[in-house]
Design a protein around this ligand. Structure first.
Ligand SMILES: [Zn+2]
Length: 322
């Protein structure tokens, strides 16, 4: 972001705060979280197998058979989550598999406990093996698209409006620790002290057999970002996002949420004396698995929408309902 930013700062918590036009009185903050669900090394057994605890909402059913990366001071160490072969499973184990993360182990190929302990420290962070797969129709699959896509969008939005004339300061923030309780957004929003704050995170798409029509609204990949409404959202921010999207012919999808959102929006909204909050939901399939899927088209459209929103936000635009 060096080529575009006026200021780049990190705070004690680990947030990275990138600002443009920072002399302006009014502040707009965009948040995309850089953390992802993962694991933490708990124990290494006598075979040299590595046991982990969850960091964030791990779905234990997709853990066995997946690839893992243990992040150490000396670089990444590859491993695989082992599983008893189907041939050796009892009838009970086959028909009613129980997935308990506590019983899953990572095999790094160590010859014994001593070698594994030399390579891996207790407490080391672990992710699913990180890579990205290109699918058909501009779709990609990777672990942690929640919320790398949001992080990309907020930084790309900043890049797109950095050379334009702006009435407000814009801060795009890479927030930490969303998955363990919105902790980065809480401190970053306090520090930036914005008037308007918009979080970008993934949302459940309804366009696949794993979707639930009773638990989420219709939402399809490639049809644009979802615009949230509900108790976490300032109605005028939502209306302005709609208007900007319409004017620029950017597709969007309505995302009503009667419940409080489980993402950075919630922290942004209740900062200091209150922030006019909004949220873009990027359609995502298979959330919190190692094979999350998003559409690149949605990423481009979302960045364009936020760049335009920043350009149209005036010094006096009011978000207080009369
Ligand atoms: Zn997220």
């Amino acid at each position: 972001m060096k080529d575009y930013a006026d200021t780049i700062e990190s705070d004690v918590h680990g947030n990275l705060i990138v600002g443009i036009n920072t002399k302006a009185k009014r502040r707009l903050m965009y948040a995309g979280h850089c953390d992802q669900i993962g694991f933490m090394v708990r124990h290494i057994d006598s075979h040299g197998c590595v046991y982990v605890d969850p960091l964030g909402g791990i779905d234990a059913t997709v853990v066995p058979g997946s690839r893992a990366t243990i992040h150490t001071d000396k670089g990444p160490i590859h491993g695989v989550f082992g599983r008893k072969p189907i041939h050796l499973q009892s009838a009970e184990e086959r028909s009613r598999p129980k997935y308990e993360l506590q019983k899953c182990w990572i095999d790094i190929g160590a010859k014994d406990e001593a070698e594994a302990k030399k390579l891996v420290k207790i407490g080391a962070p672990v992710t699913y093996a990180l890579d990205v797969l290109e699918l058909q129709n501009g779709m990609i699959s990777a672990p942690g698209l929640d919320d790398k896509v949001g992080l990309f969008i907020v930084m790309e939005a900043l890049r797109l409006c950095a050379r334009s004339k702006l009435s407000v300061a814009v801060y795009s923030v890479s927030t930490v620790q969303e998955e363990v309780g919105l902790r980065g957004a809480t401190t970053a929003a306090y520090g930036v002290d914005p008037d308007v704050g918009i979080a970008v995170d993934v949302t459940f798409s309804s366009d696949n057999p794993g979707a639930s029509s009773t638990k989420s609204s219709p939402c399809e990949l490639g049809k644009g970002p979802g615009l949230y409404s509900g108790p976490n959202i300032n109605p005028k921010v939502e209306q302005m996002l709609q208007k900007v999207a319409k004017g620029k012919k950017i597709p969007t999808q309505p995302l009503p949420s009667s419940r409080l959102l489980g993402n950075d929006t919630r922290a942004l909204q209740a900062t200091r004396a209150g922030v006019a909050a909004g949220c873009l939901g990027i359609p995502n399939r298979y959330m919190h698995t190692p094979v999350e899927v998003c559409s690149l088209k949605d990423l481009e459209n979302s960045a364009k929408l936020l760049a335009e929103f920043a350009k149209q936000l005036g010094e006096r635009t009011s978000f207080i309902s009369k």
